[in-house]
Design a protein around this ligand. Structure first.
Ligand SMILES: Cc1ncc(COP(=O)(O)O)c(C=O)c1O
Length: 393
């Protein structure tokens, strides 16, 4: 339709001739929300997922906001490409489904994040994938867990509840010797305190929901790779699973990234101080914080990590009952009860750690996350909750 021809107002609602000043520059990445992406002509239209090769094609594969987040996470983790997913668990399932097929075998540490275990046990087994578990401390000893058809080995270091630090380079050496790929859940270290690719890891994933988001108000995940062939397999599977990430959430995550260094520093300091304080308390049998020598794998943490973050666990003395441990959590006032750490608020959760997740701490384990509250107040809160708990018989 020529511009001179008068358009009906209903058409103008969609096709307007207005113009506004150009050249707006903001410090922030704009939020591009879109499903449809326009092509210059009929021949240019394609539904190819790899927008790095063919240009923008469809919102599912990422608008510029989502790709900017992907590029920044990739830069931090020193990868080649990153795929953003609608949550950390979506990243986990996508990796499983992209890199495994019927008849393959996958190895996971016994302490792996619960929904990852469920995905392997319930979904992968249904599709003919063999699943087995290895002790997280196995290191080079993992070799005895390999089968002829082992194609993928998961690491999560430290384990997000029982906090075992893994010997990732030793596991990588064993896996590569058997032709298997290694995936690392790098969420605890926020993708910055462990240089996974330098250790030979093939794929890293993170729940950006935690430290990158940083305010407990979004769900996003990332998968980062160095090998273009692995990127192809992940990209193709991402397309058919249709797991699009929200550009609004990506915008929030980009904002979160800007302050992540100062937030991480603050939660690291608080967690270390609280962990040290708890180590001296008579109610506590063990503090599971990788920066403390009492934590399984502490020496590996010193060797491989450049920092610690806000998440750690405590194990109460055997004399404390389940009721008392729960009373401790309930008595906390500043520490709220909830999943998904990495935000500004301190959190606590009581777990029941039973075999096959080792060691069997039973009802005595509580996981703490220190947020940005003043450390004196957090210590006072924990102290009053310990006192309330010990009063219960
Ligand atoms: C270690 C770890 N990996 C992955 C996830 C999954 O992330 P999301 O909650 O974004 O699905 C979590 C969430 O708690 C986690 O703790």
């Amino acid at each position: 339709m020529s511009k001179s021809k008068k358009k009906d107002w209903k058409t103008r609602l969609i096709h307007s001739d207005t113009s506004i000043p150009q050249g707006f520059q903001s410090l922030n990445v704009p939020i591009y929300r879109a499903s449809t992406v326009l092509f210059p002509n009929a021949a240019a239209a394609t539904d190819h997922w790899n927008q790095y090769d063919v240009g923008y094609t469809y919102g599912l594969y990422g608008t510029p906001t989502v790709l900017e987040l992907a590029a920044r996470v990739c830069e931090l983790e020193k990868g080649l490409r990153t795929i953003i997913t609608p949550g950390g668990q979506a990243a986990i399932s996508l990796i499983h489904l992209a890199l495994l097929k019927s008849g393959d075998h996958v190895l996971l540490p016994e302490n792996i994040y619960g929904p990852n275990r469920q995905c392997a046990n319930d979904l992968l087994r249904r599709f003919g994938v063999e699943v087995s578990y290895y002790p997280p401390e196995a290191g080079a000893g993992i070799i005895s867990a390999f089968r002829e058809n082992t194609r993928l080995v998961w690491c999560e270091s430290p384990g997000s509840i029982t906090m075992e630090v893994q010997d990732v380079p030793a596991i990588v050496a064993a896996a590569h010797g058997r032709g298997a790929l290694v995936v690392l859940d790098n969420t605890w270290a926020a993708g910055v305190y462990l240089d996974a690719f330098a250790m030979g890891v093939d794929v890293t994933m993170q729940a950006l929901t935690k430290y990158v988001g940083g305010h407990s108000d979004l769900l996003l995940g990332s998968i980062t790779v160095r090998d273009p062939k692995i990127f192809e397999r992940l990209g193709e599977t991402h397309q058919v699973l249709g797991c699009a990430a929200s550009p609004d959430d990506a915008g929030l995550a980009l904002r979160g990234l800007k302050t992540m260094a100062v937030r991480l520093k603050a939660v690291e300091q608080s967690a270390r101080q609280l962990a040290g304080w708890l180590s001296a308390r008579p109610e506590i049998e063990r503090v599971l914080h990788p920066a403390l020598p009492s934590c399984p794998g502490h020496e590996l943490w010193k060797r491989d990590f450049t920092g610690s973050t806000g998440l750690f666990s405590i194990v109460f003395q055997p004399r404390f009952t389940r009721r008392q441990v729960r009373a401790f959590v309930d008595a906390l006032e500043l520490f709220k009860i909830g999943y998904s750490w990495g935000g500004v608020s301190s959190l606590a959760l009581a777990f029941d750690i039973q075999s096959p997740r080792r060691p069997a701490y039973g009802h005595r384990l509580v996981r703490l996350y220190t947020g940005l509250e003043a450390i004196e107040d957090l210590i006072a809160d924990v102290e009053q909750a310990l006192n309330a708990m010990t009063k219960l018989s």
